[in-house]
Design a protein. Structure first.
Length: 202
């Protein structure tokens, strides 16, 4: 059964004070969280094994901590594997794959709403996650797989479409898709474009 390694989103904060202010601003909700497409991967892709690495400190992530954990999973990547990153998970994969050659090329790399910096966003992108276009120009990222696809949303208030426009010239071999009405930052239960893309891949 083909594997999908799913790397989740997270937040970063440039100081302890910013982190504490973020925690103070978060509302408490006693109701169960409404499921979005990331929660439904197993249901929507029953012919794939969904692997969810537990990347540390989701509320204040650090790149090097994620790197340590992700490197433990590299040995399990197979030619049929799909690497799927959402938000900070996509950002992490862009940076990691720009610096580290995988021993086995995955069949696909799919990145959803991954910024390379915090420009145009109300959220910080720090703690080692930000990526420069020079890093993307290294070609290492594009050599990791013959199938690289990036999804962005035109109505995303967290990762504006300008992020895609920054990245696209530096990954000319990758495929880019700009979508509308995706619940802002892809906070929606349905993501048929992604599911169809995976199911229809050759």
């Amino acid at each position: 059964m083909p594997q999908i390694f799913y790397l989740h989103g997270a937040t970063t904060h440039s100081s302890q004070q910013n982190f504490l202010d973020y925690l103070r601003s978060k509302e408490v909700d006693l109701e169960p969280r409404t499921q979005i497409w990331t929660d439904l991967l197993e249901a929507n892709l029953p012919n794939h094994q969904i692997i969810r690495p537990k990347l540390p400190n989701k509320q204040n992530a650090h790149y090097h901590a994620w790197e340590i954990i992700f490197k433990k999973y590299i040995q399990y990547i197979e030619p049929s594997t799909i690497l799927l990153g959402f938000s900070l998970g996509a950002t992490f994969l862009m940076k990691f794959l720009s610096h580290n050659k995988l021993p086995v090329p995955p069949s696909q790399i799919i990145l959803v709403a991954g910024p390379i910096n915090s420009e145009g966003s109300p959220e910080e992108l720090c703690n080692g996650f930000a990526t420069t276009t020079t890093e993307l120009d290294s070609q290492t990222m594009q050599e990791q797989s013959k199938n690289i696809h990036l999804f962005y949303a035109t109505d995303d208030p967290i990762v504006p479409i300008s992020q895609m426009q920054k990245i696209q010239p530096h990954l000319p071999k990758a495929n880019f898709t700009a979508l509308q009405n995706k619940g802002g930052h892809f906070i929606t239960p349905g993501f048929p474009e992604l599911i169809n893309h995976i199911n229809n891949a050759k």
